[in-house]
Write a protein that binds this ligand. Structure first.
Ligand SMILES: [Zn+2]
Length: 288
């Protein structure tokens, strides 16, 4: 017989299919209940996530939202519609969700139809940077990072008993997929990656918003991708705030070669003009 064994919580992943951007939602099963981190995009995935939660047969203790993009916050209502539980987000993340949920619905509901949830449930428990939340034996510490991949990003560090902490890092680093760059905060995102890489250097596992669990090295890999992407856009845009169709095609080829076989390739072109605009704006300011 072994002595007192330390068993940590169990972390399950619900991953959407390509239509749902392969976004991960995490179900953290503790002794007394379940905490869900991020909540998927489309109604069919949100219902599947609800079923996954129900199958664990433990109460939902709370929901955590890492950042202000619909593939992470759209499913909150689906999870809390039967039982009101705290929905936590960094204060800036909660504020930006309140600002963008309706414009995002107007933008995307025509494309997704009934798959886009008709209502948004906003985070009801906003957290200051470094605030801690205790749910059962699980302790989550939020780090509020400001604009990075979205207009407001954060990550949650989770510790439980004596087990090594892990982090839920949202979209600070996509793991093995092309990233979303269309919100146009690349300098801030790169700076946030530097900060977070230092803070999470000793964390065992990072659970990203897209892709498999990773080591902290995924943060440096995202940094390299963004630096290369920005440099390619700089060269191909020639100082203009948008890329020509030929330049966009060249960018697409270059980034596919940078990350061979990676999915979400349509995101390469999606963010190109946002980054070109950012570079053109920065150049105008430095000359002016
Ligand atoms: Zn995402």
């Amino acid at each position: 017989m072994r002595g007192a064994e330390v068993t940590g919580p169990v972390i399950y992943t619900y991953r959407a299919a390509e239509a749902g951007l392969f976004v991960n939602s995490y179900l953290v099963e503790g002794e007394s209940g379940v905490v869900v981190v991020d909540t998927s995009l489309l109604v069919s995935d949100i219902e599947a996530l609800r079923a996954r939660l129900a199958a664990l047969k433990k109460p939902l203790l709370g929901v955590l939202v890492t950042h202000a993009h619909p593939d992470h916050f759209n499913g909150v209502l689906g999870l809390v519609r039967d039982t009101e539980v705290p929905v936590y987000a960094a204060a800036s993340v909660g504020r930006v969700i309140e600002e963008i949920a309706q414009p995002k619905r107007e933008q995307w509901a025509p494309t997704y139809g009934a798959e886009w949830p008709a209502e948004t449930y906003y985070p009801n428990s906003l957290l200051a940077d470094h605030a801690q939340v205790r749910l059962g034996e699980l302790t989550f510490t939020v780090r509020e990072l400001g604009p990075a991949e979205s207009h407001a990003d954060s990550y949650f560090l989770m510790s439980a008993g004596g087990s090594r902490p892990v982090a839920f890092t949202g979209d600070l680093a996509f793991h093995g997929t092309h990233p979303y760059t269309a919100d146009g905060h690349l300098p801030q995102w790169l700076a946030a990656l530097d900060v977070v890489a230092g803070e999470l250097a000793d964390v065992g596992t990072l659970y990203p918003g897209h892709g498999d669990p990773a080591t902290p090295g995924v943060l440096a890999a995202q940094r390299r991708y963004l630096l290369y992407y920005r440099e390619m856009v700089r060269r191909l845009s020639g100082g203009e705030p948008r890329l020509s169709p030929a330049a966009a095609a060249e960018l697409d080829t270059a980034m596919r070669a940078f990350l061979p076989g990676a999915p979400l390739t349509w995101m390469i072109g999606l963010g190109a003009d946002a980054v070109a605009g950012e570079l053109a704006g920065a150049a105008a300011i430095s000359q002016g």
